[in-house]
Design a protein around this ligand. Structure first.
Ligand code: SF4
Ligand code: SF4
Length: 383
């Protein structure tokens, strides 16, 4: 549907509030980018006034700063510390809760009502990350029912990227800066001296129905060329890159590469990289009771392979050293993810680079291993 010229339109900036109002009228609660704590994060928004108009971000390894733009772009920034997974695979989910009774205990009914959410401003790399999580959490025999329920009701507005951040490498991972599927609507923001407009593509019938409710015109060939040129410029200014040819085999045969010791000497095992990563999905389950023994509950929380207890099995920790944990994370993300789920676990969003407190850079680590590819072909055995 999205490849057809008949499904490309133009909407002015002044009509953008009408798009959000149409979504609300159709029963969606809006979730989108907004300014908080000196960052652009994702949260519930009421309307266009909550979007970070006129703001951008500067990112480098271990560094994130907000800056004013010289225009009023609504989406003139790159990805921040939050990703959409926090609305789909909740950071903390109560699986069940029970109350003590006179003759045993009673399990409380769980509130499984799911809001109809409209995600406003999903970047192409984030769209790919959602597709990756879809495969992981709903693609096999064991489905995460909470994720599946939330995911089913999401309406997605993708924002095609018209600028690249310094830590972005989506082109290398074939995940951006333009998405061609997976969205209900996709917008490319076009600003010049004479206009502030959005070229819109409808990707689904639901997207086309929303469009019918708001003012728009059919896009001309020039409009479409402008939109494509904007994302091509973004591709040309990509902040970083990764050579992906044979990367799975590269990592498998370099399990004993000395670079793992070098990166481990800097890594704090703080788990930031996994918390901000839009595809990391590891969780832990905790059982708790109150001191009086009246209530008990089981909660599932985000966890990380950087936490030592995450690999605790049979009375011991499998991955004791930071070296083995960093190697596990990177090798899973880039290599064994392919064997498990049929794709890379990395979409090149750059968050793990920006939000690493010591500036460890996944692209630099991969390049260092490739530069001295001296593995023996044997799997590592250290802890
Ligand atoms: S790579 Fe950076 S963000 Fe990740 S655990 Fe190590 S120090 Fe923390
Ligand atoms: S590994 Fe890093 S760059 Fe890749 S998807 Fe995760 S946070 Fe983004």
């Amino acid at each position: 549907m999205q490849d057809s010229a008949n499904h490309r339109f133009v909407m002015t900036r002044d009509d953008f509030p009408a798009l959000l109002a149409a979504l609300r009228d159709c029963g969606y609660s809006l979730v989108g980018p907004t300014l908080r704590d000196k960052a652009i994060i994702y949260d519930a928004i009421n309307g266009v006034e909550d979007l970070p108009a006129g703001w951008t971000d500067e990112q480098e390894a271990g560094r994130y700063r907000l800056k004013r733009r010289d225009d009023n772009a609504l989406f003139g920034y790159n990805v921040g510390p939050h990703s959409w997974k926090k609305f789909l695979q909740l950071p903390s989910l109560t699986l069940w809760k029970a109350q003590k009774t006179d003759d045993g205990f009673k399990v409380e009914a769980r509130d499984d009502t799911t809001p109809r959410m409209a995600f406003v401003g999903v970047r192409p790399c984030e769209l790919r990350a959602i597709a990756v999580q879809d495969r992981v959490l709903t693609g096999g025999d064991h489905i995460d029912s909470d994720y599946a329920r939330r995911r089913k009701h999401v309406f997605i507005i993708t924002v095609q990227c018209t600028q690249a951040g310094n830590t972005c490498f989506c082109v290398s991972m074939d995940a951006g800066p333009r998405a061609s599927e997976g969205f209900d609507l996709a917008v490319t923001e076009i600003i010049d001296a004479h206009r502030h407009e959005f070229v819109i593509e409808a990707g689904t019938d639901a997207g086309a129905e929303i469009l019918e409710r708001i003012p728009h015109r059919l896009a001309s060939e020039t409009d479409w060329q402008n939109a494509q040129s904007a994302t091509q410029r973004t591709a040309d200014q990509m902040g970083r890159q990764v050579e992906t040819g044979g990367i799975r085999e590269l990592l498998y045969r370099n399990a004993e590469h000395p670079r793992w010791d070098e990166v481990a000497a800097r890594c704090l095992a703080c788990a930031n990289c996994t918390m901000v990563c839009p595809t990391c999905f590891c969780t832990a389950v905790e059982d708790t009771t109150d001191l009086a023994g009246q209530t008990a509950e089981r909660v599932r929380r985000w966890d990380s392979c950087f936490n030592s207890r995450y690999s605790y099995i049979h009375g011991g920790i499998v991955r004791e050293s930071t070296r083995s944990r960093y190697r596990q994370w990177l090798t899973h993300k880039i290599a064994s993810w392919h064997d498990q789920f049929g794709s890379s676990g990395c979409v090149g969003c750059g968050r793990c680079i920006t939000w690493c407190p010591v500036g460890i850079d996944i692209t630099e680590e991969l390049a260092a291993i490739r530069a001295s590819d001296g593995g023996t072909g044997q799997e590592g055995t250290d802890k």
